[in-house]
Design a protein around this ligand. Structure first.
Ligand code: ADE
Ligand code: ZN
Length: 319
């Protein structure tokens, strides 16, 4: 399945930082880590829920300081993904987490863009999606969007991530409206740990074009009918959902039900350095544990290309 051309639409670039890179950047940037080895850090990757993961994800980000760091991070992710058949990626980044440490918007955005350009000769393309942290205020999100305005040439859209429960999409209606006025596309995490109602809010209030995760939509039959009718893409992340406790084992994942309902499902890695695999490993895992056939994998890969923000010509070339 590595040979099937695919797009990755749900990956947080900070979640692609492998433990070895955490240590390398810590040394280079003279950041002290509370772990003595890569093995010790990796042994902490036992999560019970989203927050238990986010705590270590944000802590590790402290090593990301310079334009070069962001460039190397993006290039490393894209090289590995290209090896796994990814021909296009739409990559989330969390500027608020870096701005809070005094890293400016320019090295973040320009560094990531340089990393994308560096691997262009391998045939993989990528775009950047600026995510707002939903557990920060709406005002902070608006300030972040304002700081990003000089860099909009590098950014295709906005997203919404971080701790979901208690932070409904409705909190960000105004900032998503402003983003749309600026010509940006819109996606949002919804229905990962939060209720189906958050998926409805993301669609109705944020007017998102894709829903990231969306697995909890299955609790609301009327919403499932709507997602089917409108063919709204869901960027599902199977290994992530197991590692963060939505399902006890991959064999219990509701991916087959989402597909049987006729929804526009795609397969993605979310935070591959933390959850045990890049997009290719997610494809292999659902084939092995959920009985997804090779034909269905082809369908899922085609969905990812169709659900991307690529133009119609490039989509046709990848289908
Ligand atoms: N940030 C990084 N990974 C995330 C996830 N799975 N859900 C919400 N925010 C995230
Ligand atoms: Zn995510």
């Amino acid at each position: 399945m590595l040979d099937i051309p695919k797009a990755e639409l749900h990956v947080h670039i900070e979640g692609t930082m492998e433990p070895e890179m955490v240590f390398e950047l810590a040394r280079r940037n003279e950041v002290e880590l509370p772990y003595s080895s890569v093995a010790e850090l990796r042994s902490r990757y036992e999560f019970t829920d989203l927050q238990s993961f986010l705590d270590i994800y944000y802590a590790n980000m402290a090593v990301l300081r310079t334009r070069r760091d962001f460039r190397e991070l993006a290039a490393a992710y894209l090289r590995e993904s290209a090896r796994q058949g990814v021909r296009h990626a739409e990559i989330f980044f969390d500027p608020q987490a870096h701005l809070a440490r005094g890293v400016e918007m320019a090295p973040i955005v320009e560094g990531l863009s340089e990393g994308i350009a560096e691997v262009a000769d391998s045939g993989v393309t990528a775009e950047l999606i600026l995510c707002f942290l939903r557990d920060e205020s709406a005002g902070s999100a608006m300030d972040t969007l304002r700081l990003a305005e000089p860099f909009l040439d590098h950014i295709i859209g906005v997203g919404l991530d971080s701790a979901e429960v208690g932070h409904p999409p409705s909190k960000f209606t105004d900032v998503f409206e402003r983003a749309r006025e600026l010509g940006l596309r819109a996606v949002a995490h919804a229905g990962e740990e939060g209720p189906a109602e958050y998926v409805r809010e993301a669609l109705d209030l944020l007017r998102v074009e894709r829903v990231d995760h969306g697995i909890r939509a299955l609790y609301d039959p009327g919403l499932v009918d709507r997602l089917r009718r409108e063919q709204t893409p869901l960027t599902v992340c199977p290994l992530s959902n197991v590692r963060l406790g939505s399902f006890d084992h991959l064999s219990q994942h509701t991916l087959p039900r989402l597909m049987a309902e006729g929804l526009m499902v795609t397969i993605n890695s979310d935070d591959p350095a933390y959850f045990g695999g890049y997009v290719g490993e997610n494809f292999s895992a659902v084939r092995e544990h959920l009985g997804i056939t090779r034909e269905q994998l082809r369908q899922l890969a085609a969905n990812s290309v169709r659900a991307s923000f690529l133009g119609s010509e490039r989509k046709s070339a990848l289908l």
